[in-house]
Design a protein around this ligand. Structure first.
Ligand code: FES
Length: 89
């Protein structure tokens, strides 16, 4: 039986920052199969609190419209612009 554990860590940044920079500051390691080029879609994160930033060109190409509408973005592309709660999928 699988056991799911959620560990939350709050990270403060002074200004808008790339998600990967924030994740690194939080000590999180996220796999980037396409080296963060926004093409594989394997680094999905979901904004569950706050507003998801506008989707980038690569996110519009790589993600489905429904995913974007649900607040899903690519960790390698997205930028944290305001107070946010983000789940790594
Ligand atoms: S690492 Fe491939 S889309 Fe982000």
């Amino acid at each position: 039986m699988a056991i799911n554990v959620t560990i939350k860590k709050e990270v403060k940044v002074k200004e808008a920052a790339k998600f990967m920079k924030v994740a690194k500051k939080a000590g999180l390691k996220i796999k980037l199969p396409c080296d963060g080029k926004g093409k594989c879609g394997k680094c999905k994160v979901k904004f569950i609190g706050g507003n998801a930033p506008e989707a980038t060109k690569n996110e519009l190409k790589t993600l489905k419209r429904e995913e974007i509408d649900q607040g899903i973005r690519l960790a390698c592309e997205t930028v944290i612009e305001s107070d946010s709660e983000v789940e790594i999928l």
